[in-house]
Design a protein around this ligand. Structure first.
Ligand SMILES: Cc1cc2nc3c(=O)[nH]c(=O)nc-3n(C[C@H](O)[C@H](O)[C@H](O)COP(=O)(O)OP(=O)(O)OC[C@H]3O[C@@H](n4cnc5c(N)ncnc54)[C@H](O)[C@@H]3O)c2cc1C
Length: 254
């Protein structure tokens, strides 16, 4: 017989965690199921660590502006303290104990595992079926989209997970996609001395935003990275010539 809960929430990223927590606080019997880390992309591979990276990169950019304005400065970028802060302060070494406790503290039940929907209101996790008597909430978010580019599969490319987890930086990177996430990572790496090339298929950077925003971003980035718009990457190849080339897994982490 299937185990049951009033509400089952599949995916405990910012969306699922919030919904599950509020429903549990309201007194419902809620089962939250998460395949990876409670909190999802944002605190571990997205918003929070990337803003820590941006803060550090902005410090470098600001320090480089001292000459001619406020004296002299010598700037020597070092990625090590950024990687350390991401590990120790932002992500707790990619450990979600605090987030799990926060949810169970609200009265929710937590199950770690990958759920598969097997009925109108039921899911299966590791061979066990769970049925929701009132509602099944699907909050599984998104995964990195790996474009169908010839040769990419055999290349040790980075997704956002690899970029955020990096302990050392490569000598150069090509960033596929000039949207908000691509540009913020591009600018961070450029400010830390990485040779960055941004490739965007649309005719402007930030194609989802107003054209004025694209113009501002393009002008700002000109000083820091090469950028190509209206260009679609067709082939990718890789040599292991550089000892500092990306060492992380080429696979999306989930
Ligand atoms: C580098 C970067 C920077 C970003 N910066 C910002 C920012 O500054 N501000 C901002 O607002 N947003 C930012 N975002 C976007 C933000 O991270 C996402 O919008 C947010 O995480 C989406 O939340 P979600 O709950 O919908 O999905 P997710 O965070 O993707 O969570 C979904 C969860 O579902 C789980 N899951 C999936 N399938 C299953 C299954 N079958 N069974 C169980 N669990 C499953 C996953 O493991 C995951 O934990 C950034 C993203 C990136 C990559």
């Amino acid at each position: 017989m299937a185990e049951s809960a009033e509400v089952i929430v599949v995916g405990m990223g910012p969306g699922g965690e919030d919904a599950a927590g509020k429903l549990a606080e309201a007194g419902l019997d809620v089962l939250g199921i998460e395949a990876n880390l409670v909190g999802g992309e944002c605190p571990y591979w997205g918003c929070v660590p990337s803003k820590m990276m941006i803060r550090a990169a902005n410090l470098l950019a600001e320090a480089r502006r001292i000459p001619g304005m406020a004296g002299a400065s010598t700037v020597t970028p070092d990625w090590a303290p950024v990687a350390k802060r991401i590990r120790e302060e932002a992500t707790d070494f990619w450990n979600d104990k605090i987030a799990v406790d926060r949810f169970t503290g609200k009265g929710g039940r937590f199950l770690r595992g990958r759920a598969r929907v097997v009925g109108r209101r039921s899911v299966e996790v590791d061979g066990v079926e769970y049925e929701a008597t009132r509602a099944l909430v699907i909050a599984t978010g998104t995964e990195p989209a790996i474009p169908a580019i010839d040769g990419l599969a055999g290349t040790p490319y980075w997704t956002n997970h690899d970029a955020i987890e990096a302990e050392t930086l490569p000598r150069s990177v090509a960033v596929l996609g000039g949207g908000a996430v691509g540009l913020e990572l591009a600018q961070v790496f450029a400010r830390f001395g990485v040779e960055v090339t941004v490739i965007e298929a649309a005719d402007r950077l930030l194609p989802m935003e107003e054209p004025e925003a694209s113009a501002v971003a393009a002008a700002a980035l000109t000083r820091e990275a090469s950028q190509f718009t209206s260009v679609r990457a067709r082939r990718a190849s890789h040599t292991s010539r550089h000892a500092d080339s990306p060492s992380h897994s080429a696979k999306p982490a989930r």
